[in-house]
Design a protein around this ligand. Sequence first.
Ligand SMILES: NC(=O)c1ccc[n+]([C@@H]2O[C@H](COP(=O)([O-])OP(=O)(O)OC[C@H]3O[C@@H](n4cnc5c(N)ncnc54)[C@H](OP(=O)(O)O)[C@@H]3O)[C@@H](O)[C@H]2O)c1
Length: 382
Amino acid sequence: MAPMLTWGAWRAQAKAQLPPPTESFAGKTVLITGAKGVVCSEVARILIRLGVGTLVLAVRGIPEGPEGEPALEALLGPSADRSGTRVLVWPLDLLSFDSVKALAARATKELPRLDVVLNGAARSSRDRQLTKEGWEYVHHQGVMVNHLAPALLTLLLLPLLKKTADEHNTTTVAAEIASLGSRMSRSAMPTPPATPATDGTTAYLSAVNAKGDWVSRHQMYGITKLLFCHFLHELAAQLQAPNVQFHSADFGVCKVQKGVNETFKSALPMMYLLGREPEMCANVVVNSCIAHEGAKQSFYVDYDAIGLPDFMADESGVRLQKVVWQETKAVLLKVSPKAYDQVLPKAGASNAVSTEKQDNAGKAEAEVAGGALEESSTGVTA
Ligand SMILES: NC(=O)c1ccc[n+]([C@@H]2O[C@H](COP(=O)([O-])OP(=O)(O)OC[C@H]3O[C@@H](n4cnc5c(N)ncnc54)[C@H](OP(=O)(O)O)[C@@H]3O)[C@@H](O)[C@H]2O)c1
């Protein structure tokens, strides 16, 4: 399917019938965020049908153990139907770096293997949230939930993904759910600088953060989704591990909208027309959880690997990717100084952001949050 945002292309995608994935997940371990949501709960049900050995649902609001069983039953069906899968419910709040770190530490300690991490959670709220850990800054919820937190989670799970791939002679996968619809949000993005700052400052992310106060929620949603997509693709380029793949998947629009797209209420009739059944969306996501021959990084539209879409691969997209990568690193190293050890194993010293630079970064963030950065109404291609 062509990655074009024409009505015809969306309508064609909405109508396309995809055969369900048949790849066995027997013996594998998959960790999913957002598994209470419309699409990822369906992903979880499909994975169980495909025989996944262990399924970790990293969620908030479902208690662990027997207390959580009624909620699990509502989500996944009767326990008898999932007897072949060990389902674990582990708490995760993506608004908290501490929660992300605790989950990753637990996975590293308790999971003998990890074949797939699926970053499925997302948020479209306009609300801000004070995050106390590390980067002491008021993050827009979308910046945290859709980008910074999944970036940290993915980085912290890399050792386990690599270890699993090495020990089991397999290929493991870090996946996320992207949207070609992010293309429409690009015009609302601040213009990235020509070269990324290398002094630990985070002016661009701060400018995006500040945007959350006044751009529309759907624009902010698209922007923050795009940040993480770029991050993941740069991570794929930087990581020296051929047996770990990085996938983004676009399934178009889901007919059923719950939390993430509460903001699109006025567009619901149109989304119904252009949308697909959750199961079809979930098929696309499950396919992106499968390691495929070929590229280390792939952007899937339905089942087709298209390479990066043009708006991400053009000159401005490449620039944006480098800036997002560099600034995300500056934020996350403060939160978790060893987070990038897998990416640049011998560069611990040069990776570390000095205290002085952190202080400078904090000042720069405060300044930029006031809106000092150049902005473009025509988008990053300007
Ligand atoms: N729906 C679409 O048409 C569409 C189109 C393109 C891409 N996508 C992407 O597909 C994925 C699934 O979409 P969906 O429509 O199924 O979403 P959804 O029903 O709104 O589910 C989103 C999930 O994210 C979780 N979440 C939000 N904030 C969180 C936090 N702070 N910590 C932990 N979990 C949090 C929510 O958990 P709670 O229940 O605890 O709030 C919820 O289970 C998302 O990544 C979305 O961006 C969706």
